[in-house]
Design a protein around this ligand. Sequence first.
Ligand code: GRG
Length: 300
Amino acid sequence: MDINIWMDERRKILESFMFNNLKVIDNKQKKIYEAMLYSLDAGGKRLRPLLMIGTYEMISHESSYDEVLPFATAMEMIHTYSLLHDDLPAMDDDDMRRGRPSNHKKFDEATAILAGDALLNKAFEIMSKTCMQTKSLEQMKKRVAAMQIIAESSGTEGMIGGQIIDIFGHDLISNIDDLKNLQRLKTGAIIVSSCLAGAKLAGATEKQLELVKEFSSSLGTAFQIQDDILDVIADESELGKPIGSDAEENKVTFVTMTSLEEAEKMQIELSQKAIAVIDEKGLKSEFLIALTEFLIARRK
Ligand code: GRG
């Protein structure tokens, strides 16, 4: 299968839904819409929505994925808010993101903070709205469960928890397991929840949910290791942000804690482990395998 065609088709449908649900309103608060759309429309890979859609398709065997689009959109909005806040001077202080000036450089700090907050609110507005539009109690329960999975994974026991350790807790990272735990929260949690939400919406069994979790946990760590590797070896113009920032900020990463070769070895093992869950343990999905291979080989 051609994974690029698979991704492009779904990205188009996702983006059409996403930008129908967020437009500039020509009122006195117009600036906030412009700042939200500036970051959302900046050409990210849309990895998390694609994982959610791919997992939904694998389990439901549906050719329409209308059911999953509000949640996939919400996840991309949450991810975008996190990047936008991460770039602020109080956090990573990065001037470039997705190949263009970061939000606070294009606008200003106050606007960037508010745009991040507004993207998070919008995500929950879209999800709660779709929860209120269900045809049956069973469908409503699946949708509320998906929203809960997404909320938990982006909060204190997920992405925000990981971010606070990343900013203030590096003294607590003394071995590879501490680092894996930090990244499990910061990067892995919303990768796992994207897959779990897709599975839940598709009506997955407990066994299927367990396998989806196993697959996505390995993928999440492999993805973060690749991110650490790219910070050392990538081409800056292709990556869309400066390289070498981890070393500059004395960040503990999979590369600094081991070596480039060791990190590459770990990343290959983890992606093979993720693929094995799909290949051998009863989850059949050509596109999730291709997507995993694509993410590990990525250069941006
Ligand atoms: C501010 C609450 C809060 C959290 C920030 C996501 C994050 C936590 C920080 C971003 C820093 C970073 C580089 C994390 C490593 C992995 C990662 C999330 C990379 C960016 O995701 P991609 O590659 O980005 O999917 P695109 O732009 O393609 O969507």
